[in-house]
Design a protein around this ligand. Structure first.
Ligand code: ASP
Ligand code: MG
Length: 464
């Protein structure tokens, strides 16, 4: 009997038939395991809730809110009607959902009249996606004969700081969760994404935060594994849209998984698996549509070096930012000033490279921030120190990732030889000394080809 925490994302609970499918999966795995479920909002609901709130604050139109609420109500009632057969359970669930919807409507009308929207009210509003989903999923389980109760994040013991929109769980969460959930009775369904702060005000863990909720709960109740159900077959060697032969990676280490998510593979946010890492709880990414395949296991230990490279990633929405000038050579503090100026402007730096001549520093940043970044640097540096500040939009960052390359000579040689043979020019290179990833920048037009060449070079599709 293993104890599992299973998290289902918005796509997996998009409508009544998907919710029923989740119920089937739980019924199947519940035979030999004890399970806690964590659910996201129905697909797209969080976005819709936020869009309606922004519109209400801007335009103050109550009838828009009423229209929106009608659609939201219909969507959730339809899910109940499609997924829950027992009339009594359906009725009870509909009542719980109606109660939540009327609270939400009041908040929207308040926003219409006030015409303002704070981070705190955004959290309040966006919490309703999960608050509506959890009772429905719990109702589906009861309908299938599985005892179940639904909990909000805070009812399950998750407490965060008051950083609305991006709350961080407090340490005491780890003590509270077991007190609220254990011993497990049936299959509890907990809302992902949302919590409360110490004042009892609703907070959220940041967009996509349900993964973090699941990992926190798993860590706090000493789960044997945490399963993230996704729509893809686990963690892939690369984007199958770019390389059709891409396949699921059976096992990767936490560190490799982190490298992957930093590079836009959008598997699991590193922050989301941090509690699992801390307690050394294995994490598994499984495919909702293919539940019998094992998916990808993310484990604590470095795995034996079978493959040097595990995955190739592509980060499209980036730009290069370059500063150069003879005045920079040997001048102390240029890098510090550049990074501080960028940090103050709220710019996230994706990659960094400086050659030993010190005559220039190149950074990769998010494309949408490039103008702001350039302005910040121009304001920071006098011309005699930094002569030129320039950027290039038309680039992509590619990374090859794998723990096996650490201390293995010749990996970089293979990477760049493969690119050279394909006549792909490399604009910038960076490899941190941890040697879990080699990242480089190429022109956008070459980017997908670079990924395809490297995927082939390292035999990731199974055909070396
Ligand atoms: N529903 C929230 C979002 O869309 C949280 C999640 O799905 O993980 O960001
Ligand atoms: Mg989501």
């Amino acid at each position: 009997m293993a104890r599992l925490v299973m998290k289902f994302g918005g796509v997996s609970v998009a409508d009544g038939s998907r919710l029923r499918h989740v119920g089937d999966l739980v019924q199947h795995f519940n035979r030999d395991n004890e399970i806690v479920l964590v659910t996201s909002a129905l697909q797209g609901v969080t976005d819709d809730l936020l869009a309606c709130a922004r519109k209400a604050a801007k335009e103050g139109n109550v009838s828009d809110v009423i229209d929106f609420m009608e659609k939201l109500t219909d969507r959730h009632n339809q899910a109940i009607a499609d997924a829950i057969r027992d009339p009594q359970i359906a009725k009870e669930t509909k009542e719980i959902v109606a109660g939540k919807l009327s609270e939400l409507e009041k908040a929207y009308i308040g926003i219409c009249y006030l015409g303002e929207l704070t981070a705190r009210s955004l959290d309040y509003i966006s919490s309703y996606g999960e608050q509506l989903a959890a009772p429905i999923l719990s109702g589906v389980l009861r309908d299938m004969g599985i005892p179940s109760k639904s909990f909000t994040g805070s009812e399950a013991g998750i407490v965060t700081d008051s950083n609305y929109g991006d709350g961080s769980p407090l340490e005491k969460t780890y003590d509270l969760i077991p007190r609220k959930l254990l011993p497990l009775k049936g299959v509890p369904v907990v809302t992902g994404f949302i919590a409360k702060d110490e004042k009892g005000i609703i907070t959220t863990l940041g967009r996509g935060g349900s993964d973090l909720s699941a990992s926190l709960i798993g860590a706090a109740i000493d789960a044997d594994e945490i399963w993230f159900w996704k729509e893809t077959s686990g963690v892939m060697t690369t984007d199958p849209k770019i390389v059709p032969e891409a396949k699921s990676i059976p096992a990767i280490s936490y560190r490799e998984a982190m490298e992957l998510s930093y590079f836009g593979a959008k598997v699991l946010h590193p922050r989301a698996i941090e509690p699992a890492i801390r307690k050394r709880i294995p994490v598994r990414v499984k495919c909702t549509f293919d539940p019998d395949t094992p998916g990808t296991q993310i484990v604590h230990d470095e795995l034996p070096k079978v493959d040097v490279i595990k995955a190739v990633t592509l980060h499209k929405n980036v730009a290069l930012l370059n500063i150069s000038g003879a005045g920079m050579i040997g001048t102390i503090g240029v890098a510090a000033r550049a990074f501080t100026a960028l940090a103050r402007a709220g710019i996230n730096i994706v990659m960094i490279s400086q050659g030993s001549s010190e005559a220039n520093i190149t950074m990769v940043i998010e494309e949408r921030q490039v103008e702001k970044a350039e302005d910040a640097l121009r304001a920071e540096f006098p011309r005699e120190l930094v002569k030129e500040i320039s950027h290039d939009h038309d680039v992509c960052a590619v990374a090859v990732i794998g723990a096996g390359m650490a201390g293995t000579p010749g990996v970089a040689a293979r990477v760049f030889k493969a690119l050279g043979s394909a006549k792909i020019n490399v604009v910038m290179i960076s490899q941190p000394s941890g040697q879990h990833n080699i990242s480089f920048v190429v022109a956008s037009k070459d980017a997908e080809r670079a990924v395809q060449e490297l995927h082939r070079e390292f035999g990731l599709g199974g055909t070396a």
